[in-house]
Design a protein around this ligand. Structure first.
Ligand code: NAI
Length: 306
């Protein structure tokens, strides 16, 4: 199989490395900057003998080279600078993502699309609109990353292995995300049995601020290692038809009482894309938080079209 990554920046190039070195697929790295994706592809190809895989990595500036990809990942666009919110990227990235989605679908009409560019939920909505794809074949990556961050902070707090912590974060990728602490466990034991409410609140607050914490530290861009890992998990679930149940930014059509908006919800992800959306029985305050987060996404969708 072949995966196209549009945007060969930090997230895109790290994702290319993950996909090739996990031996999941051949990769086409496309960027607007000439020479850069070609150079990165050559660099990755030169590591193959050492990393022991035989995947092709092609760098290009031309969408014709992306033809017949099974998956297209869009990471093209600007990342945040310190002090910026994801929403500050709205107008610039909207144009980049819509162009990229239209160009990519013209050459890979059967592909499944994963959007990564921020503000994530809005960009996914705009790409859905621009491609006219059925909603099961276009989605955004955010919840897997936000959940991994929440799990990390729980693991650090308790001094347990990160792999033993499972949690899910729903809602939009931003300050209004909805970490479900009720469902977070350490090997099946709810964290509410292990941590007091104030500590859990502080871990939730750190999760909401997880992206900004890294932007402040790096200064010249945002996170990319964990974002690439999270995206590669979604790519793997599709290519290997694993049907994993993951938080995914999906177009809703009545689920959770929400319509015509993209937001993070639990989905089964397999070779056809989103196989189903799970409707959890949420508490009143969780539903309110989800609706609040959908409201901000909708407002930004409208702003992007002004
Ligand atoms: P970066 O600046 O390293 O890479 C972006 C790349 O996009 C650059 O190489 C640039 O040349 C390219 N690009 C710009 N316009 C293009 C166009 N029209 N066609 C093709 N390529 C184009 O940024 P980074 O760190 O890789 O982040 C990429 C995006 O992903 C940002 O918007 C960032 O906010 C977002 N992001 C989203 C996450 C999520 O959880 N959904 C997590 C991390 C980043």
């Amino acid at each position: 199989p072949r995966v196209t990554i549009v945007g060969a920046g930090r997230v895109g190039s790290t994702l290319a490395q993950r996909i090739a070195e996990k031996n999941l697929a051949d990769v086409v790295l496309l960027d607007i900057v000439e020479g850069m994706p070609q150079g990165l592809a050559l660099d990755l190809m030169e590591a193959r003998g050492i990393e022991l895989h035989n995947r092709q990595i092609i760098g290009t500036n031309n969408y014709a080279d992306t033809a017949n990809s099974e998956i297209v990942v869009i990471t093209a666009g600007l990342p945040r600078k310190p002090g910026m919110s994801r929403d500050d990227l709205l107008k610039t990235n909207a144009k980049i993502v819509v162009d990229a989605a239209k160009n990519a679908i013209a050459h890979s009409p059967n592909a499944i699309f994963i959007i990564v560019t921020n503000p994530l939920d809005v960009m996914t909505y705009l790409a859905w609109q621009a491609t006219g794809l059925p909603r099961d074949r276009i989605m955004g990556m955010a919840g897997v990353l936000d959940s991994a961050r929440f799990e990390t902070f729980i693991a650090l707090e308790l001094g347990v292995l990160p792999a033993d912590v499972k949690a899910m974060v729903l809602g939009s990728h931003g300050d209004l995300m909805v970490p479900l602490s009720r469902y977070a466990t350490v090997n099946g034991i709810p964290i509410t049995e292990l941590l007091d409410a104030a500590t859990i609140e502080s871990l939730i607050a750190r999760t909401r601020n997880g992206g900004a914490e890294i932007v402040e530290l790096i200064q010249t861009g945002g996170a990319f290692f964990a974002p690439a890992s999270a995206t590669s998990m979604m790519v793997e679930s599709i290519l290997l038809n694993q049907s994993r149940l993951l938080p995914i930014a999906a177009y809703l059509d009545g689920e959770y009482g929400l319509k015509d908006v993209v937001i993070g919800v639990p989905c089964r992800l397999g070779c056809g894309g989103i196989e189903s959306i799970l409707e959890l029985s949420l508490s009143e305050s969780e539903v309110a938080a989800l609706h609040n987060s959908a409201k901000s996404v909708r407002k930004n969708i409208e702003r992007s079209q002004e």
